[in-house]
Design a protein around this ligand. Structure first.
Ligand SMILES: CC(C)(COP(=O)(O)OP(=O)(O)OC[C@H]1O[C@@H](n2cnc3c(N)ncnc32)[C@H](O)[C@@H]1OP(=O)(O)O)[C@@H](O)C(=O)NCCC(=O)NCCS
Length: 130
């Protein structure tokens, strides 16, 4: 998937350069760094839907398709696919523009994050009020 087109108006939640501090023992980017970015992107998307405190309750079907390298520019997209009473399902996809080949822009990871709106006591709260 080279230079994968995105739907018009589909803005990235996050864009970031991967640094040497983000690597695992293999020298590629540590999966936990990517998961953290996905979590943050889901939070940003949730806040776009409704302003709340949020906690992440689940990562579903997250797959790492391709490695990410130091110097790659990651773009993280997040899209709400379901708004429940207190939870949101957010589809997150991560694309890497390769440092060594800027024409190569590949989807490296995708998954679904489930995030729950909580009140001041950490108890689930209605996303859209009521
Ligand atoms: C998230 C949390 C508040 C949910 O509390 P809970 O008492 O289980 O709440 P409920 O059973 O009422 O579920 C609340 C919502 O979450 C959803 N949910 C709960 N567990 C889920 C799971 N494993 N997968 C998908 N959705 C889940 C429920 O379907 C419900 O959604 P809805 O209201 O839209 O129908 C609680 O589990 C918690 O605080 N977890 C720790 C979260 C955290 O700290 N995350 C950071 C990483 S450590």
């Amino acid at each position: 998937m080279t230079n994968q087109p995105r739907p018009p108006g589909h803005e990235p939640a996050i864009r970031i350069v991967m640094m040497p501090k983000d690597t695992n023992a293999e020298g590629t980017i540590f999966g936990g760094v990517i998961l953290s970015l996905m979590d943050q992107a889901a939070y940003i998307e949730a806040m776009r839907q409704a302003h709340h405190r949020y906690v992440t309750v689940s990562f579903k079907e997250t797959e790492f398709h391709k490695p990410v390298y130091v110097g790659d520019v990651l773009t993280v997209y997040a899209e709400t696919t379901r708004i429940g009473r207190t939870s949101l399902n957010i589809k997150v996809s991560v694309c890497a523009r390769r440092r060594l080949d800027p024409d190569e822009n590949v989807e490296v990871t995708e998954g679904e994050v489930i995030i729950v709106a909580v009140d001041d006591n950490g108890k689930p709260a209605a996303v859209l009020g009521g």
